[in-house]
Design a binder for this molecule. Structure first.
Ligand SMILES: Cc1ncc(COP(=O)(O)O)c(C=O)c1O
Length: 446
């Protein structure tokens, strides 16, 4: 190098694609990057200082609002005290404390939790526990798994296999064999614009009996459903549907798994959907709101009768050959404990129940707005179906979400369905802002 040569540039200094982003059109993102620099309460802040109202609680996870000081402090303290300890044959006090508190938050009889690091891992773990449960009870022939149309269960091979969104699966086959799918219990003709749970659950759930006439029930390990279909477009269960799934599973000795990755941690005004709908599953996968999104974590909540089935062998033997290096990570447990403290001390669920009638009423006032074909609400979730632009499916949903963003509101669109899931600490005027902004955007798109 001569004395006057320019200093070497980092090889990738002018490129934005070193970070290959999940579920993102990489080339589109580079021409129109959406960046956030900080977040507080109900808002993100862009590098230019714009405050964006977060209509998605991050990605259905920051339920107590951004930057909760108690969580920030708990993580900081935990990192300084115990940065890491394996959970393979050893543990730490925060893991034990969090497991107990979490199980107390869950429905009675669900007294155990297996910690993982994401919703995808939680689902795959739940499916493995279901198969291993039957294996432990001498029914190793029970291997089939039943999922449902439009469901999202993460991106592991197990979750992808039972999921019901075709475009997510197309490139990755072959997936698990021995999987079948229920139809989505939704019929627009009879259910559009229902407030909360539509009628018709008992007949919709008979689809499971029909499926079990095709697949010998004694070969089925588990049925997995999101109590409210989330990413697929917020479909609440019709009245009586989950109850009937429970009864059919019981009749045939099949485990019922609720994937509560979205519905858990208060989204429906109760700790989990299981309490909201009064139906107790055998296994519940959770993640997202566990740590308020602050540290990656997931878990499978396990009913006592399932756990006990594993405890019959010699006491020195490993009962479940499964787990992750970061299961029950100290920082995640600290954030999880602080999150449960916030739920209790700030009465998040009580406050949320106070605003839910306004949420539902304001959402349904969009009936009659341009392009609106259906509106569904469940707890602090909402989906607004737009009729597709002829020949350009998804274009209207995308255009509406972009206009909302220009007006400082972050929402998601799944094709032509607008999806909302703000932090549970939302105030009445912020509810008004969300729906008024969407209404204004709808009046501007063709
Ligand atoms: C119901 C459900 N299950 C599983 C997952 C996967 O979670 P993760 O992205 O943390 O792997 C999600 C994510 O949105 C989800 O909504």
């Amino acid at each position: 190098m001569t004395a006057h040569a320019a200093p070497p540039q980092p090889r990738l200094a002018n490129r934005r694609d070193a970070f290959w982003m999940p579920f993102t059109p990489m080339r589109g993102f580079q021409s129109e990057p959406m960046l956030f620099e900080s977040a507080q309460g109900m808002h993100y802040v862009t590098p230019e200082g714009r405050r964006i109202l977060d209509g998605m609680a991050g990605l259905w996870c920051v339920n107590a609002g951004h930057g909760q000081p108690r969580i920030v402090e708990a993580i900081r303290e935990a990192a300084g005290r115990l940065d890491f300890v394996s959970s393979f044959k050893m543990s730490h006090p925060a893991a034990e404390a969090y497991a107990q508190r979490l199980c107390e938050f869950a429905p009675e009889g669900i007294d155990h939790v297996f910690f993982v690091n994401s919703g995808s891992e939680a689902v795959d773990t739940a499916l493995k526990i279901a198969r291993a449960y039957h294996h432990a009870r001498g029914q190793a022939g029970r291997t089939k798994l039943i999922g449902r149309h439009k469901s999202y269960h993460g991106v592991g091979f197990g979750g992808l296999s039972v999921a019901g969104i075709g475009r997510h699966k197309a490139a990755f086959g072959p997936l698990l064999a021995d999987v079948a799918h229920l139809p989505l219990p939704y019929d627009r003709a009879s259910m559009a614009f229902s407030r909360g749970q539509p009628e018709g659950g008992a007949s919709a759930s008979e689809a499971l009996e029909t499926l079990l006439q095709i697949h010998d029930p004694s070969t089925v390990a588990a049925v997995i459903v999101e109590p409210v279909t989330g990413s697929g477009g917020v479909y609440p269960p019709p009245k009586g549907y989950l109850e009937r799934l429970r009864a059919i599973c019981d009749k045939h000795g099949i485990l019922l798994i609720f994937d509560e990755v979205i519905t858990g941690f208060g989204r429906l005004g109760t700790p989990f959907a299981a309490q909201a709908y009064g139906v107790k599953p055998d296994l519940m996968s959770c993640a997202k709101g566990m740590t308020n999104g602050a540290v990656p974590m997931g878990g499978v909540l396990v009913a006592s009768h399932v756990y006990e089935a594993f405890m019959a062998g010699p006491p020195e033997a490993v009962e479940l050959f499964h787990g992750y290096t970061y299961s029950a990570h100290p920082l995640a447990c600290a954030a999880g404990l602080a999150t449960l403290d916030i739920f209790a001390e700030q009465d998040l669920l009580g406050r949320l129940r106070g605003v839910l009638p306004l949420w539902q009423d304001r959402a349904h006032r969009l009936k009659g707005a341009p392009h609106v074909a259906d509106i569904r609400t469940a707890g602090l979730l909402c989906a607004i179906d737009l009729s597709p632009r002829p020949g350009a499916e998804g274009a209207r949903g995308g255009a509406c979400a972009r206009l909302c963003y220009e007006a400082d509101l972050l929402i998601r669109n799944a094709g032509d369905t607008l999806v909302l899931s703000p932090p549970l600490v939302i105030a009445p005027d912020e509810i008004e802002t969300i729906f008024a902004t969407i209404e204004a955007a709808l009046s501007r798109i063709d």
